[in-house]
Design a protein around this ligand. Structure first.
Ligand code: CA
Length: 177
């Protein structure tokens, strides 16, 4: 049985690990100088249990690669959040998903926050998400800038067009609860 994911020290570890992994993912996913132009269609899965980030050319391939790697260490990946570059959950522009282990479910309440992702810019995802889908009772709050600073959105369950609440291509960091 793996350790529960929602302990505070785990969040700090996640933030640090994610920064390093996202930086690596950005190097893999983008040629220098192209990150601000039309982003390539890239698909990454951030595993909150293993702290590994797995990227592939398609969303299905990214999920499959993450699931295979997690299974080797006894974790069954389950999707908590998927960010989409495009509206209407269209994966064609790229996706970034966060997965937990098979038994993980977010708490019904918005407090405490269960995960924080402080640096979407390092992953090439700052000002990019235009729709978001959540699972396992999780909700997401978007922040305008990195490190959970600037304005923040309401807690979002699923939203096919973040533009309807003024949050398309805007989030620089976010929280999950
Ligand atoms: Ca977008």
């Amino acid at each position: 049985m793996s350790e529960p994911l929602h302990h505070a020290p785990r969040k700090r570890a996640l933030a640090a690990a994610s920064s390093a992994l996202m930086a690596l993912a950005a190097i893999v996913a983008f040629a220098p100088g192209t990150a601000q132009a039309a982003p390539a269609a890239d698909h990454c899965v951030v595993n909150l249990s293993t702290h590994e980030t797995t990227c592939a050319a398609t969303q299905d391939a990214a999920f499959a690669a993450d699931a295979a790697a997690a299974e080797e260490v006894g974790i069954q990946s389950v999707t908590l959040i998927t960010l989409y570059d495009r509206t209407n959950y269209d994966p064609a522009g790229g996706t970034r998903s966060f997965v937990g282990d098979g038994s993980y479910t977010c708490s019904a309440a918005y407090s405490p926050v269960e995960f924080s992702v402080d640096y979407l810019d390092a992953a090439g995802w700052s000002n990019r998400a235009s729709s978001v889908h959540t699972y396992r009772s999780c909700d997401i709050k978007l922040w305008d800038s990195v490190t959970l600073s600037g304005a923040s959105s309401t807690w979002i369950d699923n939203l096919a067009n973040l533009g309807t609440i003024g949050w398309s291509n805007r989030a620089g960091s976010y929280q999950i609860s």
